[in-house]
Design a protein. Structure first.
Length: 420
């Protein structure tokens, strides 16, 4: 038998272990700040109309009739997943009281990003709620086999409600076709309702026509929260903290920061949680606005680092060129040509051929779409004509330090640029 890679001390050896001491002077109920936590009805703010819409969609299902389908749109943190899961959970409980077997499933396509993974998750969640055990494998079979497992399990159920979150990340609408045609094609006698959640308003327009025809849906739009609603959301989670721990300005400050970012309640909760963790780590007795600002700065840096990690090399070179110009000049905005000239030097330093001027302009537009830069047309002078200027929305030092993971790479490129 192999040795345990994580040794466990004897109980008598841990009596004085500081880890065993529950000394949480900041938090009382951390679960209220956990992303993905579905709160009780009285903690859901500003979504009464949306809750009613989902209720009407699922109401037939709680009586054993066919539930509706819907595509739910809205920006990140607008309550789409929360409301959908909240109402679906209630529907399952009410159906149980009505002696109706209603199976529910929630799939996040940010994680389950292929049709096989979605089908596997659907079948395994259905098995968990079923009295039948099929020993569904984790790997080694395809989506069709997983769907067959699902249909077998649905033979014992009256209704399935499937929430497919961030479905636009799946890149394949075949799962909607399979689910919406399952009863018609004789795969199952179970009624199936689908709530497909997308951050992209154009998602439905891009669906295959055969999916559109079979997916008779409602389209529901969740609008961003305003600052007042975010403040109320945070106040309703105040009991995540010990009494009198949050200083007066903390919740208004977090709400203002989140409202600035299109009313993202998820981000607001993350910042509030991170502020508390920072206070606890520092051994402070309260959470202040200074903790909020520090948590926000850290979150922005983390998000930016993640964005950079997912970028192509030339996209990084273009951004580095703009940051270098802004750092080494009194100007704040630069033409595409000025950026391209420095970009060429960065490519030379990295030993690679530059892309075309037009492609660099497209990369700059992509950074603007990600709110890392902004651009505008300027009239120029009579001899110059109209051209586009670009400016950085992030701190230039942070960009220069983040674009290349190895500090030596940054130093070498800056040295080459200064010597040109």
């Amino acid at each position: 038998m192999p040795n345990d890679p994580i040794p466990t001390p004897d109980p008598e050896d841990i009596a004085d272990d500081p880890l065993a001491q529950r000394n949480d002077s900041i938090f009382a109920r951390r679960e209220l700040l956990r992303i993905g936590h579905v709160p009780d009805s009285d903690r859901i703010v500003g979504r009464d109309g949306e809750i009613k819409d989902i209720e009407e969609l699922l109401r037939p299902g709680v009586f054993g009739d066919p539930p509706g389908n819907a595509i739910v749109y809205g920006k990140t943190g607008s309550g789409k997943s929360l409301v959908s899961r909240h109402v679906t959970g209630r529907a399952r409980a009410i159906a149980q009281n009505n002696d109706i077997s209603l199976i529910s499933a929630y799939i996040d396509c940010d994680q389950a990003n292929t049709i096989t993974r979605v089908a596997r998750s659907l079948s395994q969640q259905a098995e968990y709620q079923s009295t039948r055990s099929l020993d569904i494998p984790d790997k080694g079979i395809g989506s069709s086999e997983y769907m067959d497992y699902l249909y077998t399990l649905l033979d014992d159920a009256d209704v399935l409600v499937a929430i497919i979150d961030e479905i636009d990340k799946l890149g394949d609408d075949e799962i909607l076709f399979k689910l919406s045609r399952a009863e018609e094609s004789g795969k199952t006698g179970c009624y199936i309702g689908v709530i497909a959640i997308s951050n992209k308003i154009e998602y439905y327009e891009n669906l295959d026509e055969r999916v559109k025809s079979s997916f008779q849906d409602d389209e529901l739009v969740f609008h961003p929260y305003d600052a007042g609603q975010i403040r109320e959301i945070l106040n309703k989670r105040r009991d995540a903290f010990q009494p009198n721990v949050l200083e007066d300005g903390v919740i208004p400050r977090v709400a203002a920061l989140a409202a600035r970012e299109h009313g993202d309640a998820r981000k607001a909760i993350e910042i509030l949680s991170s502020s508390g963790k920072l206070a606890a780590r520092n051994g402070d007795s309260s959470v202040s606005e200074e903790h909020v600002d520090a948590a926000q700065d850290y979150a922005e840096m983390s998000r930016f680092q993640e964005l950079i990690r997912g970028s192509t090399p030339h996209s990084k070179y273009v951004l580095f060129a703009l940051a270098y110009l802004q750092k080494s000049s009194l100007k704040q905005a630069f033409s595409t040509g000025e950026i391209y000239h420095v970009y060429e030097d960065v490519c030379k330093s990295e030993g690679t051929d530059p892309l075309s001027h037009q492609r660099v302009l497209e990369l700059l537009k992509e950074w603007a779409f990600s709110d890392v830069t902004e651009n505008r047309h300027t009239g120029g002078g009579k001899s110059e004509g109209s051209y586009r200027e670009h400016s950085l929305l992030r701190d230039s030092d942070m960009v220069l330090d983040t674009v290349f993971e190895q500090p030596k790479t940054k130093q070498n490129i800056v040295s080459d640029l200064q010597n040109d």
